[in-house]
Structure formats: structure tokens, C-alpha cells
Design a protein around this ligand. Structure first.
Ligand SMILES: [Zn+2]
Length: 235
């Protein structure tokens, strides 16, 4: 049995704040995954920052070229067009910059079996999103990495979204980590920007605070979960 893992992931393109808070990850001995959208528009500085994060053992991977909703885009333009304008150029832009590109996180968590099948020709692992249940359904995101699945469910851990605080569900999260430790199953979580509370609310982005991130990583460590990037999962 694979030892339980914490797959902590960050989406979109908050490269400057990810980079600024890399010490939080380092202090916890944690590696994470950064799923980057708009990779073709990364500045040289952002590219360098991502390269440093990657050199420090974090995974950088694709979140689509333009953050398109896969289902809507396939419905409107077809699967081939979706691949040609959303997937291939995203992989290419990352590759050209020396960044990782093997894994993918669905923008808005939107996907279905047909898109999964197609994208698994391009990627090793796909990350989806799951509802942030506060009851027993919360444990549906637990992952058996030995079961052969390639589409990872994940739970959101942002503390604020579009200028509004998210209801505090830290206890649910801790219970989930307890259950992972008990069962030997793994957990995937996702956040976006990393910002202090006031700043995050003022900017109106989806964000987790450095303090909350620290708590999540510490809680996982205390329970024996290793925090790793998706890059360490098998091809
Ligand atoms: Zn996103």
C-alpha cells in the first residue's frame, strides 16, 4: 500500500505570491503542485520564479492555456478544437520554458469521461474538484492511489473567494486528514492565491492565508501524510 499523501495544489497564475510564500512550504518540508493557466503570457520573472519552485522539488503543470471550461468548449467547438487551442499550446508554453507539463487540473473542475479519456492521452494525472461537503460526504475525496484511478478528486481550502470569507470548515478538514491517516488513503486539496486575510478580501481573489496553509501542512505532517507534488506520482 502506498503511504498516505497530501497532494496540495494551487491553481491559476498567482506566481508572485506563490513565490513570496515558498518559505511556508519549505518550513513544513512540503512539496506542492502549481497548476498554471495562461502559461504563454508568463513574464520572464514569473518563469524564473516557477523554475526556482520546480528546482526546489515542487511540480509545475498545466491548467489550460486560457482557463477554458472543458465541457462548454467541447460542446461549442468540439474536442479537437479544444485540444488544439487549450491543451497543446499550454503544454508547449510550459515545455518551452523548461517547466513541467505532465499533469493537468481542470479549470472550474469541469470535465466528463469523454474528455478524461482524451486528456489521459496527453497527461498522466488529471485533477478535478469536488464539492466542499461539511458532512460525511467530505470523505469522498479520499484517494486510493493503488486503485488505478487517474482523475483525482480534490477539496477546496481557500479561505476567501471574490471578497467574501468562506465558512470556516477547518474541523471538517482536520477530520478528513484524520481519516486519511487511519485508512492509509491520500488527500488532494486545492487553493489559488496565497495572501494575508485583509489583502485577499480586498483583492477579491480566491485565496488561502499563509497561516492557514501552514496549519494544513502541519496537520498533515502530524498525521503522517507526506506532502508531495503530483510529479512524484508514477507516469
Ligand atoms: Zn482555475
Amino acid at each position: 500500500m502506498t503511504a498516505p499523501l497530501l497532494l496540495m495544489t494551487f491553481d491559476d497564475r498567482a506566481v508572485d505570491t506563490w513565490f513570496a510564500h515558498r518559505g511556508v512550504l519549505e518550513d513544513a518540508g512540503a512539496h506542492v503542485t502549481f497548476f498554471v493557466s495562461w502559461a504563454d503570457e508568463l513574464t520572464d520573472e514569473e518563469t524564473d520564479q516557477l523554475l526556482v519552485l520546480q528546482q526546489h522539488g515542487h511540480t509545475v503543470a498545466s491548467h489550460g492555456l486560457r482557463h477554458r471550461d472543458a465541457l462548454a468548449d467541447v460542446a461549442d467547438h468540439g474536442l479537437r478544437a479544444y485540444l488544439e487551442r487549450e491543451i497543446v499550446p499550454s503544454v508547449q508554453a510550459l515545455q518551452e520554458r523548461g517547466l513541467g507539463h505532465r499533469d493537468f487540473a481542470y479549470p472550474l473542475g469541469r470535465h466528463d469521461d469523454a474528455v478524461d479519456d482524451e486528456l489521459l492521452e496527453h497527461f498522466s494525472w488529471l485533477r478535478a474538484t469536488s464539492p466542499r461537503h461539511a458532512d460525511a460526504r467530505a470523505s469522498r475525496v479520499l484517494i486510493d492511489l493503488d486503485a488505478g484511478l487517474r482523475v483525482l478528486p480534490s477539496r477546496g481550502v481557500d479561505v476567501g473567494r471574490r471578497g467574501v470569507a468562506h465558512p470556516d470548515d477547518r474541523q471538517t478538514l482536520l477530520s478528513l486528514l484524520d481519516e486519511a491517516a487511519r485508512s492509509g488513503l491520500s488527500v488532494c486539496l486545492y487553493a489559488h492565491d496565497i495572501l494575508e486575510w485583509d489583502q485577499g478580501l480586498a483583492r477579491g481573489t480566491n485565496f488561502i492565508t499563509p497561516a492557514q496553509l501552514r496549519q494544513v501542512l502541519q496537520a498533515a505532517t502530524e498525521r503522517g501524510l507526506s506532502a508531495v507534488g503530483t510529479g512524484v506520482l508514477p507516469d
